[in-house]
Design a protein around this ligand. Sequence first.
Ligand code: ATP
Ligand code: MG
Length: 378
Amino acid sequence: MVHVLVHYSEIGIKKGNRKYFENLLTNNIRQRLGGLAKKVCKDYGFILVETSKTKEVVKILEKVPGIAYLLVCSKSNLSMDDMRKKSSKLLEKKGFETFRVSARRQNKNFEKTSMQVNAELGAFIVKKTGKKVQLKKPDVELVVEVCNKNAYLSIERHEGIGGLPTDPKNKVVSLMSGGFDSPVASYLMMKRGAQIILVHFQNYKQMKGSVEDKIHQLAKRLSKYQGRTLLYIIPFEKIQQDIIMNVPASVRMLVYRRLMLRISGIIADKEKAKALVTGDNMSQVSSQTLENLGAVYPASKKIVLTPLMGFNKTEIINLSKKIGTYETSKLPYGDCCSYFLPQHPELRAKLEDLEKLEEKLDKKLIAEAVKEAKKHVL
Ligand code: ATP
Ligand code: MG
């Protein structure tokens, strides 16, 4: 059995809610690991996972929101003798020239201070291996966590994604196109503890197969972060045709967006979600000028979260590479709106004008689209 110590960062700061967040993260970890973990339990300041499937466990936990980093550990009892034994075993096959020991003592009753543990284990390793201590950027860092019943020793650390644990009370509906931005926006909100429900608006029968495939792939990728994920595919064709018939080309895109927000709001009510998320990015395209966003967002009764608003495109692309959505977002697809890009889009639409244009639209189509939506579980 190997022990994986799960360290969280922000939970520690949330004083009053600490217990709530710790329980949430412990439960999330339990759920995500299922049979891979023999035991998952809280200890003081971290969560301990007991497993014989270390690689699989690390791969999953690296993506779970709320985890700062993981230490793959050997367990020792609370004696210097056993700690020496376990550390020499850990370092046995490891090729390295320099090292340091970093002890942390949760257990203040332990007979030695952290400094003493560092010094004693350090001296022992020097003697045994002939290697050198180096405090700054050593080849190997041996972390020793001295807890109440045991000590845990580790030379293997994996970074998590940080943030806060997924909380079913923080449900939000994320509007996901097939582009680069919206999957990244969804990820960023997941990282803040939101539970994301994905909504995609689909048009054009002839493109359905490939687009649906792409959207499913993106949803699958994102589900690696929060676990079970709902994806709604909403038919948007009839609404778009209605808009094409009734709304001038220069502002059509904005009316599409307003109806997308409205429909997403209905899905949010059904799912008891509190907010919407979009991948909007200030001034990236003509529909994202401040004026246009100001004329679009009031269509939503829920707050609209836009985590990418202040990002540069390269920052978004780099994040999409990091989270694993880049390759899928890159695939060609028929964006449901790009077919109708006008020559001269309006850059400063007025809310009242869009509202007036919308009055001409067939209201039944909204309810119909919601009714015909397909719900998938990933
Ligand atoms: P993305 O890369 O996410 O497509 P974008 O910069 O290309 O974003 P737009 O295409 O103007 O911007 O879309 C703005 C936002 O509106 C998207 O980030 C997304 O949240 C939402 N959106 C656009 N098209 C769709 C769609 N077909 N289904 C669901 N949401 C969409
Ligand atoms: Mg797009």
